[in-house]
Design a protein around this ligand. Structure first.
Ligand SMILES: Nc1ncnc2c1ncn2[C@@H]1O[C@H](COP(=O)(O)OP(=O)(O)O)[C@@H](O)[C@H]1O
Ligand SMILES: [Mg+2]
Length: 369
């Protein structure tokens, strides 16, 4: 184990008023009744890693009703270098955010994210396969973010260009600038495509390590959809120029950019047919979990970014047979795990150095040592 989260302290996250928890580098299991605060704990962890919850975009939902600020701090330990560093985030109702790393203020959430790669598996993981492309794009983009230092700037730049171009398509007064923004959107395509392609390749390679989860479903295939019709090469600027020209009327009618990396997707098939059409709900869920585990696996190109896998409400996600499968897969990963459930976990989930916690009305107690 190289880098892992040794300690987390939470203030005013939903019904959790105060919690300070020492974690195990391997498995941490939180049990408790419904409404006791298990998901809230993982939401706090998610705020520390990503600046927001996985259940809501509104920070005000998350802040305890009687409080003004949610605060989450963590201590990461690097076993190899024998150093530790402290991460902290505080968010107020008015949206103000303060982020600190080793007691120094930093302005970017991305810095916290890069220290604390978190993969979250929760009851909506099914949507990863069955839902809109947004989540599949973000799966790839997180991978690219962790694997390639230049990704974030390029991505931000793309969002800015897209916004400006959409304004030109929508608004007659800004139409004069359309040609220029189209040119910029075209120039940004090849890089974004390459990032996504490499992320897809890494994801596919990592999927092999969790094949136990999905091998009974059938032959799974994953392909990157570029955001353009299949015959359009997103790395050929001239081709793109002609393409956008031909589609300009259509885009003007819709008042937005209909083609490009922002419309990319992962195409997932089972035995050659779209997964959505072939698979049962249970199978879609397993496949969603497999993709998320593969993402986590592919993030850590080196030990230093080992990462955490959090699973919310394990039993709600999987029946007992599939829980056994998952336990087998997880035993092989080097990740730090934080899992919640209403009942005690299968013994297969608990190595000897696991920490078992009980959650009750927002209080978290260690049951073993
Ligand atoms: N902003 C808030 N302030 C105080 N309590 C809240 C807030 N938001 C939700 N809660 C309470 O927190 C609890 C939600 O806990 P949750 O973490 O979802 O439990 P579990 O995952 O263990 O079922 C509910 O009892 C809910 O009423
Ligand atoms: Mg819950």
């Amino acid at each position: 184990m190289s880098v892992w989260l040794q300690h987390i302290a939470i203030q005013h996250c939903r019904l959790i008023q105060q919690a300070a928890v020492n974690l195990s580098p391997t498995v941490n299991f939180l049990t408790g009744a419904n409404g006791s605060g298990k998901s809230s704990f993982l939401e706090a962890l998610c705020v520390l890693s990503r600046g927001r919850s996985f259940r809501t975009h509104r920070i005000t939902d998350l802040i305890n009703q009687q409080a003004e600020t949610i605060t989450v701090t963590g201590r990461l330990l690097d076993d190899v270098l024998e150093t530790s560093y402290r991460l902290g985030i505080a968010k107020q109702r008015n949206g103000q955010t303060r982020i600190r790393i080793n007691h120094v203020d930093v302005s970017q959430q991305a810095e916290l994210s890069s220290h604390l790669p978190l993969t979250l598996i929760h009851p909506d993981s099914l949507d990863l396969i069955a839902g809109s492309p947004v989540q599949r794009r973000s799966l790839l983009d997180w991978l690219a973010f962790y694997r390639e230092a230049e990704f974030q700037l390029e991505w931000k730049n793309y969002q800015r260009i897209l916004k400006q171009r959409n304004a030109c398509l929508r608004d007659l007064k800004q139409r004069y600038a359309l040609t220029d923004w189209t040119k910029q959107l075209i120039q940004a395509q090849p890089k974004l495509y390459q990032f996504r392609l490499r992320a897809t390749e890494a994801l596919i390679a990592a999927l092999n390590s969790v094949s136990l989860l999905y091998q009974s479903i059938g032959q799974i295939q994953i392909k990157l959809h570029t955001g353009f019709p299949a015959q359009v090469d997103p790395t050929n600027l001239q081709v793109l120029q002609g393409f956008y020209q031909a589609r300009q009327e259509q885009e003007l009618r819709y008042g937005m950019s209909l083609y490009g990396a922002h419309r990319g997707d992962l195409l997932i098939t089972i035995n050659g047919e779209p997964a959505m059409r072939r698979a049962s709900r249970g199978q879609l869920k397993l496949l969603g979990i497999a993709l998320l585990l593969a993402q986590s696996e592919a993030i850590s190109t080196n030990e230093a970014k080992r990462g955490i896998i959090a699973i919310d409400d394990l039993a709600a996600e999987l029946d007992v047979d599939n829980q056994y499968l998952l336990a087998q897969v997880l035993q092989k990963t080097q990740k730090q795990l934080i899992i919640t459930g209403t009942r005690q976990p299968l013994p297969e989930f608990l190595p000897t150095d696991a920490h078992l916690f009980h959650v009750e009305q927002g209080q978290i107690h260690l049951l073993n040592t």
